[in-house]
Design a protein around this ligand. Structure first.
Ligand code: GLN
Length: 534
């Protein structure tokens, strides 16, 4: 069976939810028994988003094989449970880097290297890479950016060529926006018509249109769009705003998005899947009455997507504990000894966020000290865990100058320090400890009980580590190192067993939490928060 290639493009404006639509379609096809993968092509020149500030592009997601990726890959995994890899996220930078490397090697045999065919060929090679292994029935490719962007052109040209080459094995879903003009009390389809024209200008006729809207679109609207855009009326689908992104697959199923894709690509429909566990999850979302109030202490709080995976993992964990998530973003730069009581006393639990650099770090120490002294359930992730260690060294071990050498190179008490292997690294991009690593847990720890296992694998993204020279001293004073890497013996998890729930992890469990397989540590954290509340 030939692999089918589905492209998802966007027009009119960005942030229409191409990632969610791609993930929803994948979910629906998967539920019908097909093997599906999703990849994202980003038109920026960075090799990967690893060096991007979250202000630029939201959170950086990490795949099991250690690739720093676009946050949409997080949606793909959360919806489908499929693990993505380096091959699932390609940028213009990587395409150009490959082509330039080939040129330097002499692979082009003296030819002039051009956007068409050399760049487009490299794009097409990457589009098909996942399909060549015969592992997947469907490869869904989301093209980042918006039709009309200069940066997107080589990608769209590649889609045009592939549509021609692959025929029935390829189709294009185009997402647009239908604004509602309040004064006229009308939804407007003109931007959609223009956007489709723009796509047609580069030689692509979309097969399916998904219209993002805040108001129901009636059949007249759909017929009108169909008529102007050369698309069948039933292939004009609305994507109306919903309270939870996890409702989108159901909305798409009601409008038969998956059936249209299957029919157009000549695949068997089979029975309509029930999506039972998915619906059960959504029912729990709806039925949850009480809420848990979690304070997320970080420095990117004005930015919705900076802690995307943490937000989703908390939401999933709250839902499985039949609670609503009341997430409060607490700006670590604004926290200090004089306002900490006021800012944190109404929190049921705290999550100390990951991050890089000095900014906002003192506020994290203040929050941790408060949580430790008031026994507030607290979950530290990566830099958050490192801050728990530093705070303990300062206020319990009495090393007032304790720090991470990331913040203070010459500190005498370098309780968090650079790994030996990182000391010679000078390039920033892709040079951290990245991807999935084994971790062995002390069987008596809360963490092992949460995972119901002493052997786990979680994903990492950091340069600095707990300094094992201090291990015995910390343990004697009550902070236990309960998880370590079996090969390097690096400390991966710390706990203060005398507190109700005070756990810091060097890894990022949030990358490993999906709707149908929520992360055990997040579940246990919320459970502890609820217990503590009573
Ligand atoms: N800045 C810290 C390090 O590099 C933590 C990184 C993180 O929180 N992801 O080790």
């Amino acid at each position: 069976m030939d692999t089918k290639y589905i492209f998802v493009t966007g027009g009119v404006v960005s942030s229409l939810g191409k990632g969610i639509i791609s993930a929803s379609l994948a979910k629906l096809l998967q539920a019908r028994g097909y093997n599906v993968t999703i990849q994202k092509f980003d038109p920026y020149i960075n090799i990967d988003p690893g060096t991007l500030n979250p202000y630029e592009h939201g959170e950086c997601y990490v795949t099991v094989d250690g690739h720093e990726a676009d946050l949409d890959l997080g949606h793909y995994e959360r919806f489908t449970n499929i693990r993505t890899t380096r091959a699932n996220n390609i940028t213009t930078g990587r395409i150009y880097q490959n082509v330039i490397n080939k040129e330097r090697r002499g692979d082009y045999l003296g030819k002039t290297v051009q956007i068409i065919p050399h760049i487009t060929d490299e794009i097409k090679r990457n589009v098909k890479l996942l399909g060549t292994k015969n592992e997947f029935d469907f490869v869904i490719t989301e093209i980042g950016g918006t039709v009309g962007d200069i940066e997107s052109l080589p990608f769209l040209e590649s889609v045009r060529q592939l549509k021609w080459e692959l025929g029935k094995n390829c189709l294009c879903i185009h997402l647009t926006y239908v604004p509602f003009i309040a004064a006229a009390k009308e939804v407007k389809t003109k931007p959609t018509q223009h956007s489709v024209k723009q796509l047609q200008e580069v030689g692509i006729q979309p097969d399916i249109l998904v219209l993002r809207t805040e108001h129901e679109l009636n059949n007249d609207i759909r017929r009108k769009v169909a008529l102007f855009c050369n698309v069948a009326p039933e292939a004009v689908i609305q994507s109306i705003d919903v309270p939870s992104i996890y409702e989108v697959p159901l909305k798409m199923q009601q409008q038969k998005l998956d059936e249209i894709v299957l029919t157009k690509t000549g695949m068997t429909l089979g029975a309509t899947p029930e999506l039972k566990p998915w619906k059960e999850f959504l029912a729990r979302v709806k039925n949850a009455k009480e809420s848990v109030r979690i304070g997320l202490v970080g420095k990117y709080v004005e930015l919705q997507d900076a802690y995307k995976s943490i937000d989703e993992a908390l939401f999933q964990a709250a839902t499985y504990n039949d609670r609503k998530l009341d997430l409060q973003l607490i700006h670590s730069e604004k926290l200090n000894e004089s306002n900490v009581e006021e800012m944190l006393s109404s929190m049921d639990g705290l999550l100390i966020a990951p991050g890089f650099g000095q900014r906002g770090i003192e506020g994290k120490f203040t929050a941790i000290k408060y949580a430790r002294e008031h026994d507030v359930p607290t979950f530290g992730i990566c830099l958050g865990m490192q801050c728990m260690v530093i705070e303990f060294a300062r206020n319990v071990l009495g090393y007032a100058d304790a720090n991470s050498t990331e913040m203070e190179v010459s500190t005498k008490h370098n309780v968090i320090d650079l790994m030996e292997s990182q000391k010679s690294v000078s390039n920033m991009g892709g040079t951290m400890r990245l991807g999935e690593y084994d971790c062995v847990l002390n069987p008596d720890s809360k963490t092992a009980k949460a995972y119901q296992s002493t052997h786990i694998k979680e994903r990492h993204r950091h340069r600095f580590e707990f300094n094992s020279d201090y291990r015995a001293e910390f343990e004697a004073a009550g902070m236990k190192c309960v998880g370590e890497n079996p090969e390097t013996h690096l400390v991966e998890v710390i706990e203060i067993p005398s507190l109700s729930w005070f756990i810091g992890v060097q890894y990022h469990p949030e990358y490993n939490s999906t709707v149908l397989r929520p992360n055990p540590l997040f579940l246990d954290f919320i459970k502890a928060v609820i217990k503590n509340k009573k």
